[in-house]
Design a protein around this ligand. Structure first.
Ligand code: HEC
Length: 108
């Protein structure tokens, strides 16, 4: 990540006098991990859901999102992006997601 920041700063500097002021660009943190859980879907989500993107994407979903929303999300990852997600894993993954990031989270 640091390297990319440096590369951007260098590119801006090389772009000429108009960009002589070094800009710092805040990129989102890499490597957000899935929230640990004792639910069986946790391990399956670790195996199936973070190969293409970090768990940050889960954090940005509405905490009011119901089970059906997560079901569609998981199916979309498979159907649209060709995610290697076994159908047999889906119920457990959805269960983990809705209880960890959706509207079935334990009341705090
Ligand atoms: C094959 C790669 C791949 C896998 C595997 C994958 N995703 Fe994604 N996911 C993507 C891509 C690409 C996007 C960005 C889509 C966009 O920008 O519209 C995305 C976006 C998301 C988002 C952001 C919301 C949205 O609508 O864009 C969520 C949440 C998400 N994925 C959850 C999951 C979950 C849960 C799993 C596991 C079941 C999973 N992903 C597995 C490729 C993948």
């Amino acid at each position: 990540m640091k390297h990319r920041l440096l590369a951007i700063a260098a590119a801006l500097l090389l772009a000429g006098p108009a960009f002589a002021v070094t800009k710092t660009i805040e990129l989102p943190a890499d490597g957000v991990q899935l929230t640990p859980s004792s639910l069986p879907g946790y391990a399956k989500a670790k195996a199936d859901c973070v190969a293409c993107h970090s768990a940050e994407y889960m954090l940005y979903q509405p905490p009011t999102a119901p089970r059906g929303y997560w079901e569609l999300m998981v199916k979309r990852m498979k159907a649209v992006f060709n995610g290697p997600i076994p159908d047999a894993d889906m119920p457990d993954i959805v269960d983990y997601l809705v209880k960890t990031y959706g509207n079935e989270q334990p009341k705090k």
